[in-house]
Design a protein around this ligand. Structure first.
Ligand code: IMP
Ligand code: MG
Length: 179
């Protein structure tokens, strides 16, 4: 779905062109860093589904791809910190070079939980790749190794990110006006 300027609730923050250009750069950097490795890319559903699809298609290595799904309880815009694995990784992680792909790091609570979960399986390397980062909202200390865009404290939707399961199919990242 294309961004519609007539939709007064949405303001474009990162255009499709900027997203795609940055994703190309990230894929190039990741490909160089993991050259010669059998990289396992683990994308966090649902928010990272479009990002990971574009990211792996820009890589010039041949990664294995898997998914996990985590749900955090809380309101529609704020994470409570209670995170649960709804769907776990299906391939063994032990001894592998793993790249965890997230849509956004906000409070960091989801990521902290997922890192603990994956580290328990003793991967050889575990790196974090997130399209977006809102460092001003951090409650726990976690950091992305590859971050697409650092953004201010605004609730954003589009390109995989939702509000109440809406707007995931927007081609750009948009700010959703409150109200
Ligand atoms: P955290 O646990 O607070 O870091 O939040 C992680 C999850 O909350 C993300 O993976 C998103 O699914 C969701 N989230 C956080 N901020 C936003 C936002 O601005 N828009 C849409 N979803 C968000
Ligand atoms: Mg969500």
């Amino acid at each position: 779905m294309d961004f519609k300027p007539s939709d007064s609730q949405l303001t474009e923050m990162i255009s499709e062109a900027r997203l795609q250009a940055r994703i190309k750069e990230m894929a190039r950097e990741i490909s160089a860093d993991f050259k010669g490795e059998k990289l396992l890319v683990i994308a966090v559903l649902k928010g990272a589904f479009l990002f990971v699809a574009d990211l792996v298609r820009e890589m010039d290595i041949d990664p294995e791809i898997d998914f996990l799904r985590a749900t955090s309880y809380g309101s529609q815009t704020v994470t409570s910190g209670a995170v649960e694995i709804r769907k776990d990784v299906e391939v063994p992680v032990t001894g592998r070079a793993v790249l965890l792909v997230e849509d956004i790091i906000d409070t960091g609570l989801t990521l902290k939980f997922l890192l603990r979960h994956l580290k328990a399986a003793e991967p050889k390397v575990l790196k974090i790749c997130s399209l977006l980062d809102k460092p001003s909202r951090r409650q726990v200390e976690v950091k992305g190794d590859y971050v697409g865009f650092t953004i201010e404290d605004k609730f954003v939707v589009g390109y995989g990110l939702d509000f109440d399961e809406r707007y995931r199919n927007l081609r750009s990242i948009c700010v959703l006006a409150p109200g």
